[in-house]
Design a protein around this ligand. Structure first.
Ligand code: HEC
Ligand code: HEC
Length: 257
């Protein structure tokens, strides 16, 4: 306790000394030289449109210093942002200019979405701000949703549909994945007339059958293609985990009367 108190005492003295040093008028504040890299803006705002899945920012830079500057890295603060830099090494001569593009994935986001990027150069780090204003998705009726899906069956994976039809999927597998991705339509109460009951096999359903339906869906219907290679939200492993689950839990042969 005694040691702690004397430590604390020391800290208070040091703090007071610092406060004193900062307030003495004879000590001029250190001159802050402007960073040689001057960006067209350090903080950009884009207003996204309803349904946009991503927005693109363009940042331009000028080297206003007397020495060449190398930008080593631009590190976004989240996996949702991808910076597309010029060929490495990216060196700006004195007076030289350059630019790069940053794409921000805004699927499933709402409101004001703010991210940053750390620019690492041999002239010192800088932080660029990216802000996206994302409009609230309009609430549509069930009929309106069906109409949109009829025009484009992959619509369920984007824009206003994302929060219910994709967000719950995450990295899930097997049964929990089925509950998040498939039950919403196939086990809805009441189920829409054009959505079949998966508990009734109308034809032989082997692994290939399920795999094809899940991965590719069917054109001209409301059944979307779930595999990422066909524009869906599921990885190969997730598709296979579903095939394993449904094969075990749903009838594979039609019932003969
Ligand atoms: C608020 C959550 C939510 C949003 C947002 C949403 N859906 Fe749905 N969707 C559901 C639910 C729940 C069902 C099951 C039927 C029901 O209960 O209305 C469903 C069912 C469906 C069906 C099957 C037909 C039916 O009516 O059962 C389609 C097609 C569909 N949605 C398309 C879309 C599209 C396209 C969008 C975006 C424009 C969308 N949904 C947005 C929750 C949502
Ligand atoms: C947006 C609603 C919707 C979602 C979500 C959906 N389906 Fe479908 N599915 C349909 C519709 C509509 C059909 C009927 C297609 C037709 O008209 O032939 C269908 C048909 C099917 C069929 C063929 C019919 C049968 O009974 O064998 C299978 C299999 C199927 N879906 C499996 C799935 C699986 C597995 C998932 C989850 C990965 C899923 N579906 C998610 C709407 C949906």
């Amino acid at each position: 306790m005694k040691i702690l108190r004397s430590l604390l005492g020391g800290l208070i003295v040091a703090g007071a000394a610092l406060a004193y040093a900062a307030s003495t008028p004879e000590q001029p504040a250190p001159v802050r030289r402007p960073h040689p890299l001057q960006w067209d803006s350090m903080d950009k705002l884009i207003a996204a449109k309803t349904g946009d899945g991503a927005v693109e920012f363009q940042f331009s830079v000028t080297n206003t210093g007397a020495e060449p500057v190398q930008i080593m890295e631009v590190r976004p603060s989240c996996g949702c942002t991808v910076a597309d830099l010029p060929k490495s090494p990216w060196i700006l001569a004195p007076g030289g200019t350059g630019s790069f593009r940053a794409t921000v994935d805004i699927r499933g986001r709402r409101g004001l979405f703010s991210k940053t990027m750390l620019v690492a150069s041999n002239a010192g780090a800088q932080v660029l701000g990216l802000r996206v204003e994302i409009p609230e998705a309009p609430r549509l009726s069930r009929d309106q949703n069906i109409q949109l899906a009829a025009a484009d069956r992959q619509a369920v994976f984007h824009g206003a549909c994302y929060s219910c039809h994709v967000e719950p999927i995450g990295g899930k597998q097997g049964q929990v994945l089925f509950n998040a991705a498939c039950s919403i339509c196939h086990e809805a109460d009441p189920r829409a007339t054009m959505v079949p009951d998966l508990n009734v096999a109308r034809e032989k359903r082997d692994a290939a059958y399920w795999r094809k339906w899940i991965a590719e869906g069917k054109e001209q219907t409301l059944m979307p293609a779930f595999h990422e290679k066909h524009g869906g939200p599921l990885s190969e492993t997730q598709v296979e985990s579903l095939v394993t689950f449904v094969l075990k839990n749903f009838p594979t042969e039609p019932v003969r009367e």
